[in-house]
Design a protein around this ligand. Sequence first.
Ligand code: ADP
Ligand code: MG
Ligand code: MG
Length: 530
Amino acid sequence: MSRVFVFAAGGGGKGRSWKWRDMLRFAHISQCADLAASIERDYDSLCVKQPIGRELFKLFCQSRQDLQNFMSLLDALVGDPQHRHLPPLTSRLSSIFLPLTSRLSSIFLPQHPDYRASSSHSSDHVNITPTRSIKTFCNLHQCLSGEPFTQYQYSMFFDRFLQWKMLERQPITKQAFRQYRLLGKGGFGEVWACQVRATGMMYACKKLEKTHVKKRRGEAMALNEKQILEGLDSRFVVNLAYAYETKHFLCMVLTMMSGGDLKFHIYNMGEAGLQEERVRFYAAEVCCGLMHLHRKSILYRDLKPENILLDDNGHIRISDLGLAVKLSEGGLVRGRVGTLGYMAPEVVSHERYGMSADWWGLGCLVYEMTAGHPAFRARGERPKAAEMERRIQTEQEEYGDKFSKAVKDLCSSLLNKDPKERLGCRGYGGKEIQCHSFFKKVNFRMLEAGLVEAPFKPDPRLVYCSDVQDIEEFSAVKGVSLDQSDDNFYSKFNTGSVPISWQKEIIETGCFKELNTFGPEGSRSPDLDW
Ligand code: ADP
Ligand code: MG
Ligand code: MG
């Protein structure tokens, strides 16, 4: 079932093309004028959310004596913007915070009590509570978004930001990628491992066959999945890095998840079911992923083991957002959507539903990971649809001796047939689930920050899926022709790089460090470097 597979890494030790510098060559700053005129001058987007923007703003601050310590302070408080909710690391803070004496605080934060308290401290430990650190954090941004941000926009660092943005906005074609092995097959096409030639980054490319999409009227679904994905940025949901088209395919380039799906891990790795430590870890990460979606008013609707994928460090991400839907504020939807065995009773019975459907799904997932079979089905049993519906709506699920008291309690609270009484649906959202005794040992802040190690790490030499040879070839549907009217839809889909993902890729692969050099005396002509 599993076989050894070694990825071929193309030219240049890091898998980059030997022409990578040409691919990432900056435009002359005069060519960035249109972009400079049209780009929205929003501090939060330019200097906080966009990773390259943040790096360049940081370099700008470091170039100015009066701002030097500000960025270190921000970093100490939060690491990067993903970790904003982390508690302050007091020991790191004290070494940076104390030297920031009254000089800086009197310039920028003259009246702020946090500053006064800290500068009058003489001990080694500055005691800042999380709420205080959040306040400090907001104040820092308030200061930086004023005069420093204005000056930044006249600096060579902002010019450089525009040059990076020009690269980010280059049209994307299939030439940007090398294609490797087949990873899996879906409803409209295949998923292949691929690598960006310019950076060496590995991704999974989900290719939708245009004729299949047209024949089965999948346009809205494909666009929906792409548009939902591009608005997300969570370590617990697959990220979209690029969306592009070829003659025959629409392609979504996604976070590479090479550790297989949970279905494979539950059933094909020895005795069916997983150890409680692993159940807890996956359930906690899925819970965080769902909370991220719900915060953005997105209902996922397709929670089941095969949609939860592992990366090579053993962390999971929610994938396949084809059925996800964005709800209007506090809204509900109707529609029997999902996979029958995992549908909530309110979905099965055609009622209107909201986020409750996903928390039911989490109950099904935790149940199946623990028991080694789905909640309302014995292993291998295939009841008719009507019988499945009956069981979901009326039958009490059974808990065998694999269930500890805590996990049983969690499952039965999530699998409450009444959506108003269900755990997670009583006004506190996912927080209520995170507080359940089953998760007592989990530090959710650390988990959100990526600082918790996975209890199981996939073996990098193994392929955790059914042999790819068994996956049937995908071919075009005969008798479907593509015409002008389809182009409108394709152009909505074909938007190229997704800014935050692209910028992360440039930084993570080291390309940013290598290319972001400045000429002598801060010369603005980076082309002089090579
Ligand atoms: P569909 O929406 O058509 O069901 P999926 O998104 O579920 O398509 O993808 C089909 C299969 O491709 C999955 O079951 C999985 O095996 C594989 N796959 C999908 N996304 C990834 C990814 N990001 N990394 C690795 N494999 C993936
Ligand atoms: Mg799928
Ligand atoms: Mg899908």
